[in-house]
Design a protein around this ligand. Structure first.
Ligand SMILES: Cc1cc2nc3c(=O)[nH]c(=O)nc-3n(C[C@H](O)[C@H](O)[C@H](O)COP(=O)(O)OP(=O)(O)OC[C@H]3O[C@@H](n4cnc5c(N)ncnc54)[C@H](O)[C@@H]3O)c2cc1C
Length: 291
C-alpha cells in the first residue's frame, strides 16, 4: 500500500520506526524486535538506513520480512550523500524486488572530512527527483520544525523544503520535538509557504536520561521545562524514567491528535515494550475519525 493512500483518509494513524542491525551477528535479535512491534499492527513501519549505506541490505531484508510475513506496510529509508547514481539505482531495484512501495528519501549527514561540493548528491531533493524518475514509489522527505542544524535561517530551510516537495515528495516526516507548539508554528509557516503535503509528526519516546541529553546535545532539540522536570526527578531511576517517558509521549501524542494532526510516527528504536505501551495508551483514539 502506498502511504499517500493512507494519509488521504481522515482516520488517525500510528506508526513505528525501527533500525537495521549493524552486523549479521545481531540480525536475529533485531528481526525479533521488529516482529514484536509488527504484531501491534501499526499503520506502517519505517526502517532506517545506516549512514554510509553499509547496512542497506539489512534494511531491505527487515522491510521485506515486515511486508511478507506480518502484512505491515514498510517505509524504507534511503540516503544519498555517500552514494553515486548507480548505487541509488541498485538500491531502488532491490527495494522494488522486495515489494517496497514507500521510500523516505534523505540526504544523510555529511561524513566527516567530506566536501559536499565533491559529492554526487548534495541535497535530498535530487534523490527525490531520481526516485520519481526511476519508478512508481510513494516518496517522503524529512523536515525540521526547529530548523535543520546546517541552515542558519528558518526561512531558508523552509524554502529548501519547498524545493524538495516540488521535486516530488508525497509527504514529510518531522524530526522529533518535545513541545507541540513548535510543530503547530512550523505547520503554519509551511502552509504560508504553499507546502500542503501531509506532515507526519515524529515523536521520540524518551525512556532514559542519558539518551535525552545525548540526543539534545547533537540535534539542539528544545526541551520544555515540564519535560526537564521529568528527567531531573526520575532520570536516576530507570523504571520510573521509563514509565514517565512513556506517559509524557502518550500525552504529547494525544495533544497532537486533539489539535487535528492525523499521522503520528513513533521513533520506537527497536523497543517493543515502549511501542506496546504507547499503542495501548492510545487504543481508543488511533484508527478513528474525529470531526
Ligand atoms: C524523519 C527523519 C528520518 C531520518 N532517517 C535517517 C536515516 O534513516 N539514515 C540517516 O543516515 N539519517 C537519517 N536522518 C537524518 C538526516 O539524514 C540528516 O538530518 C541530514 O543531515 C539531512 O537530511 P535531509 O534529507 O533532511 O537533507 P536535505 O533536505 O537535503 O537538507 C539538508 C540541508 O540542506 C539544506 N538544503 C536543502 N536543499 C538545498 C538547496 N537546494 N540549496 C541550499 N541548501 C539546501 C537544507 O535547508 C538543510 O539544511 C533522518 C532525519 C529525519 C528528520
Amino acid at each position: 500500500m502506498k502511504l499517500s493512500e493512507l494519509f488521504g483518509t481522515d482516520v488517525t494513524t500510528l506508526s513505528f520506526e525501527v533500525f537495521p542491525p549493524k552486523t549479521s551477528s545481531n540480525f536475529d535479535t533485531v528481526r525479533n524486535a521488529t516482529e514484536k512491534i509488527a504484531l501491534l499492527s501499526p499503520d506502517y513501519m519505517s526502517v532506517t538506513y545506516g549512514a554510509g549505506g553499509g547496512t542497506s541490505e539489512y534494511s531491505v531484508m527487515i522491510a521485506k520480512n515486515l511486508l511478507e510475513n506480518h502484512n505491515v506496510t514498510p517505509l524504507a529509508h534511503l540516503t544519498c550523500v555517500s552514494s553515486d547514481k548507480q548505487t541509488v539505482i541498485d538500491r531502488l531495484s532491490e527495494m522494488k524486488n522486495a515489494g517496497v512501495e514507500n521510500i523516505l528519501a534523505l540526504r544523510g549527514d555529511i561524513p566527516e572530512g567530506t566536501e559536499l561540493s565533491k559529492c554526487r548528491y548534495h541535497y535530498a531533493s535530487e534523490l527525490v527527483a531520481d526516485i520519481k524518475k526511476y519508478g512508481d514509489f510513494c516518496v517522503g522527505g524529512a523536515c525540521y520544525p526547529e530548523g535543520h542544524v546546517e541552515c542558519l535561517h528558518a526561512s531558508d530551510d523552509i524554502n529548501n523544503l519547498r524545493l524538495k516537495v516540488e521535486a516530488g515528495c508525497d509527504f514529510l516526516t518531522t524530526q522529533m520535538f518535545f513541545d507541540n507548539n513548535i510543530l503547530y508554528n512550523f505547520l503554519y509557516r509551511l502552509r504560508e509557504a504553499g507546502i500542503t503535503v501531509p506532515v507526519v509528526a515524529g515523536i521520540m519516546p524518551v525512556t532514559n536520561a542519558k539518551q535525552i541529553k545525548r540526543i539534545c546535545s547533537i540535534s539542539g532539540t528544545y526541551l520544555p521545562q515540564r519535560f526537564k522536570r521529568v528527567v531531573d526527578r526520575f532520570g536516576d531511576d530507570d523504571a520510573a524514567m521509563l514509565q514517565a517517558g512513556i506517559c509524557y509521549d502518550s500525552d504529547q501524542i494525544i495533544d497532537l491528535y486533539a489539535y487535528g494532526i492525523q499521522n503520528v510516527h513513533v521513533y520506537s528504536m527497536n523497543k517493543p515494550y515502549v511501542a506496546e505501551k504507547i499503542k495501548s495508551n492510545l487504543s481508543d483514539i488511533v484508527g478513528k475519525s474525529f470531526r
